[in-house]
Structure formats: C-alpha cells, structure tokens
Write a protein that binds this ligand. Structure first.
Ligand SMILES: C[S@@+](CC[C@H](N)C(=O)[O-])C[C@H]1O[C@@H](n2cnc3c(N)ncnc32)[C@H](O)[C@@H]1O
Length: 227
C-alpha cells in the first residue's frame, strides 16, 4: 500500500452534518474509488469550464468562499475527513453553489487514476499536513514525485498554488517546486497571498502567534511541437 499524506483521524459528526451527508452526498459527492477513469469533467459539472482541484479542503469554508467568488470555474474538492466533507456539502446547499463537487478519498489516487493530463486550470494545496518529524517527511504532499504528478494534470499556463505556515516546509516547497522541470515561479520566491485565497481563522491565529503563511504560486510551462 502506498504511503498516505494524511492522518487517520476520527471526528464527531454533529446532527447537522449527519443530515447534510444523508441528504446531499448523492447529489454533490462521490468516493474516489467509484469515479471512472478517465473522469469526464464536463459531465461531472454539466458544462465545459476551467477546473480547479482543491486538495485537502479541511472544513471547506475557504473552498466555498472561492467558488462563490469565481463562478466561471468549477471546483473539484477532495478530502478524506468526514466532518469537513459534511460541512462543505452543507455550504454548497446554503450558498447555492453550482460549481463545486466533492471527491472523497486520496487526492493523489484521484489525480493518478482519474484525471487526464492537462485537464486542470489550477491545483490548490492549502496548509497540507506539515509532517514535521524527519521520519514522516515521506508523507508530505509536496515532494518531487507528487509535484510531477499534479503538474502533469495542469494545462499549459495552469497554476499550482501551495500555502503553508510551517516555515521549514515552506523552504522545502520552494526548493521542490523550483526544481520541477516544467514549473516556473510567478514571483521571486514566495508570493504575497493572492486576494482570491481567503484567510482562514486557523491562519489568522497563526499570524497572531508569529507564524505567517507562505504562498507559492507556480505556473506550468513547457514547449510543444507546434510552439
Ligand atoms: C492541515 S489540514 C488544512 C485544511 C485546509 N486546506 C485549511 O487550510 O484549513 C490538511 C487537510 O488535508 C487533508 N489531506 C491530506 N492529504 C490528503 C490527500 N492525499 N487527499 C485528500 N486530502 C488530504 C487532510 O485530511 C486535512 O484535512
């Protein structure tokens, strides 16, 4: 079995979240294991629009906010944490979002098995688990092989946007993304937080405790035979 980038964790489901899962799962969510390969993204969203892959959306508040402000793109949001999945489903209903679908499972399995090359407009990886201990570094989301996989799913000019508040991980992210042969940094080093990425409660608390967030925004660039 491959090494997973997430913690196995249990969370208690509130009544509201049970209700959201019962009523909304079939309409807006699917497990990664049940998704066809390749996945027909226009069929999933009912239209042909640029698609953003949101990896590890946590409770989904930022995802819902970004999707609401960005109605011309579709958001494929992937997470393993059940309370967060239920929360995002409730937000989709509450905010009447038509451009968000939820995939339940490992984002790397989804990208590897289901997503065609060059099918994405952007990949967001916001505050992935930092796995601070050296013996756990192999579980980090941002590492060369995973970056190569995710980058291959981006269209030319598509963006990989990562954020972390763990400074040593930010340094590794910067080195890893810079070393990728088909990614180009859109900034000199770290990027200022783009206006489209909402600051979360968790992030504001970190800033107050002296842990600022680092954003990294890279673009896929490669030569094609026809230039
Ligand atoms: C530290 S939390 C950050 C959540 C959210 N992005 C935020 O900024 O608040 C990282 C999340 O990524 C999820 N995650 C980690 N690896 C994943 C993977 N391979 N596929 C899907 N979700 C993953 C975890 O379950 C966790 O909820």
């Amino acid at each position: 079995m491959s090494i997973r980038t997430y913690h196995p964790r249990r969370g208690r489901l509130s009544g509201r979240h049970h209700d959201a899962l019962d009523r909304l799962f079939a309409a807006y969510a699917t497990t990664v294991a049940e998704l066809p390969a390749p996945l027909d993204l226009p069929a999933v969203f009912g239209r042909t629009a640029p698609v953003v892959l949101e990896i590890g959306f946590g409770m989904g508040d930022a995802t819902a906010e970004m999707a609401a402000a960005d109605p011309d793109r579709d958001y494929l949001a992937v997470e393993v944490h059940t309370p967060g999945i239920a929360h995002l489903l409730a937000l989709i209903e509450q905010r009447e979002l038509t451009n968000v679908r939820v995939a339940v499972g490992d984002a790397l399995d989804l990208a590897r098995r289901c997503l065609p090359e060059q099918s994405l407009d952007a990949v967001h990886a916001y505050f992935p688990d930092p796995w601070p201990k050296a013996r756990h570094h192999k579980r980090r989301l941002i590492q060369p092989a995973h970056v190569a996989l995710l980058r291959s799913r981006l269209r030319r000019g598509g963006r990989l946007h990562c954020a972390t508040d763990w400074a040593p991980y930010a340094e590794v992210m910067l080195a890893t993304l810079t070393a990728d042969p088909e990614l180009v940094n859109t900034h000199d080093g770290y990027a200022p937080r783009p206006a489209y990425r909402p600051q979360t409660k968790f992030e504001r608390r970190g800033v107050r405790a002296g842990r600022p967030a680092y954003d990294l925004v890279f673009e896929r660039s490669f030569d094609t035979a026809d230039g």
